[in-house]
Design a protein around this ligand. Structure first.
Ligand SMILES: *Cc1c(COP(=O)(O)O)cnc(C)c1O
Length: 373
C-alpha cells in the first residue's frame, strides 16, 4: 500500500530546512554582537522561557544534568542528605544526587504513567530526607498535587526533572512551576532541543534564583569575586538563539507530536499491547511514545530487520546499576520498574513524522507480535 523503506527514530531535517534562514540570521547577529556566552540572547531566552513555563525566574545553564546539580546545590542538599527519586529514569537524575554528596533513595513507579508513585514516596521518608525529584518521564506529567502535599507535610524540597517534558501541563500550569525548582534539558532529542547541549532551571523562589546565577558561573557574585565554589555551566549565545526560534514553534511541535501519538493509538489499539496512558489531569508532551510488549527483544529485532528504528528507555533500573550496588537494593525490591525495563519499547515520534510511517510501524509490529509469539 505504501512504499516506506525505512523509519528513523527521529528526523529533524524538515524542521531544520524550514527554519534555516532564521538560524543563519541568528548566528550572524550573535557573531556580530561579540557576546558569545551569557549575552543578550541568553537573557532574552530566559525571559521567553519563563513566560512560557510560568516560572518567575529561569536560569540558563550548560545541560540538564547540570540543571539538577545546580538546583540541589542551591537548595543546600549534600553530604548526609537523602533524596527520593525514581529508579526508572535516565541515569543523570540519580547521578546528580550522588555528585553533590547526597544519597539517592529510590521509590517505585506507577505501572501506567511510569512516574514515581506518591504512595511509595511516603514509605521512603526518613529523618535524613531533604528532597524529592519526580521525573516527568516521556513527557507524562507526574502527580504533582500529591507530591507537593507530601513535601509540605514533611518539609521537603521538590525538584521537578522536566528534561523530557517541556510544555507538559497539569491543569493550566506547565511543569517546572510546581516544585522549588524545575530542570530542563535542551539536548537535541528533547521536546525543545538546541544544536548541542543546553539546560535551564525554573524557580519561583527569589533566594535560589540569585544563588543559581552565581553557582552556574563559578560562584562569582561579581566579576572575579567568589563567595562559594560553583561551576562553569553557562548557556551560550548560539544555542540560546536557536532555542528562541524553536520556542516560537513549540506549541505547534507538541500538537504535531500528539497527532502522531493519536495515530499510533488508533493503529495499535487492536493489537492487545500496552499503549501509553494519557493523564486525566493534564497534557502529555509526547517526547517519547512507549508501548509495552512481552518478548520485547524479539519484537524489536523484527522491527530492526524491517529498518524501523526503536529504542528502549530504559533497559536497566537505577537501583540495580553496578555503581549503586553499595546502596543495597535487592532484585525484586522495585517490582513495577523491574517489569517495565523488560517490556518497554519506544517507537519513532517527532513533529511532522509522516503518518504513513506510523502505519508502516503498526503493520510490521503486528507481524512481529505474531512471530514473537
Ligand atoms: C536528558 C535527561 C537528563 C539530562 O539532560 P542532559 O542535558 O543530557 O544533561 C536528565 N534527566 C532526564 C530524565 C533526561 O531525559
Amino acid at each position: 500500500m505504501h512504499d516506506v523503506k525505512a523509519v528513523p527514530f527521529l528526523d529533524l531535517s524538515a524542521q531544520y530546512k524550514e527554519l534555516e534562514a532564521e538560524w543563519f540570521d541568528a548566528i550572524r547577529v550573535a557573531g556580530q554582537s561579540g557576546a558569545f556566552v551569557l549575552g543578550p540572547n541568553v537573557a532574552a531566552f530566559e525571559k521567553e522561557a519563563g513566560a512560557y513555563t510560568g516560572a518567575a525566574h529561569t536560569i540558563g545553564c550548560a545541560n540538564g544534568t547540570d540543571a539538577l546539580i545546580l538546583s540541589l546545590r542551591a537548595l543546600d542538599i549534600g553530604s548526609g542528605d537523602e533524596v527520593i527519586t525514581s529508579p526508572f529514569t535516565f541515569f543523570a537524575t540519580a547521578e546528580a544526587v550522588t555528585l553533590v554528596g547526597a544519597k539517592p533513595v529510590f521509590a517505585d513507579i506507577e505501572a501506567d504513567s511510569y512516574n514515581i508513585d506518591p504512595e511509595r514516596i511516603r514509605e521512603r521518608i526518613t529523618p535524613r530526607t531533604k528532597a524529592i525529584i519526580p521525573v516527568h518521564l516521556y513527557g507524562y506529567p507526574a502527580k504533582m498535587d500529591a507530591i507537593m502535599k507530601i513535601a509540605r507535610e514533611h518539609n521537603l524540597a521538590v525538584i521537578e526533572d522536566c528534561a523530557q517534558a517541556f510544555g507538559a501541563m497539569i491543569g493550566d500550569k506547565r511543569v517546572g512551576s510546581f516544585g522549588d525548582a524545575g530542570t530542563f534539558s535542551f539536548y537535541p532529542t528533547k521536546v525543545l532541543g538546541c544544536y548541542g547541549d543546553g539546560g535551564l532551571i525554573s524557580t519561583g523562589r527569589d533566594d535560589i534564583n540569585e544563588r543559581l546565577r552565581r553557582l552556574r558561573n563559578h560562584g562569582a557574585y561579581k566579576a572575579y569575586m567568589h563567595n562559594e565554589i560553583g561551576y562553569n555551566s553557562r548557556l551560550d549565545e548560539i544555542q540560546a538563539a536557536v532555542l528562541r526560534i524553536k520556542l516560537r514553534h513549540i506549541e505547534r511541535d507538541i500538537a504535531a507530536r500528539t497527532v502522531v501519538a493519536t495515530e499510533y493509538d488508533r493503529c495499535l489499539s487492536a493489537l492487545g499491547i500496552g499503549l501509553p496512558a494519557r493523564p486525566s489531569y493534564g497534557r502529555h508532551a509526547f517526547n517519547i511514545y512507549t508501548i509495552r510488549v512481552k518478548n520485547r527483544d524479539r519484537v524489536r529485532q523484527v522491527l530492526t530487520d524491517n529498518k524501523i528504528a526503536s529504542s528502549v528507555y530504559y533497559p536497566h533500573p537505577l537501583h540495580l546499576q553496578d555503581v549503586y550496588q553499595s546502596l543495597g537494593y535487592a532484585c525484586g525490591s522495585m517490582p513495577i520498574s523491574e517489569q517495565a525495563v523488560s517490556e518497554v519499547l519506544s517507537l519513532p515520534i517527532y513533529p511532522g513524522m509522516p503518518l504513513v510511517y506510523v502505519e508502516r510501524v503498526a503493520d510490521v509490529l503486528k507481524t512481529a507480535l505474531k512471530a514473537a509469539g
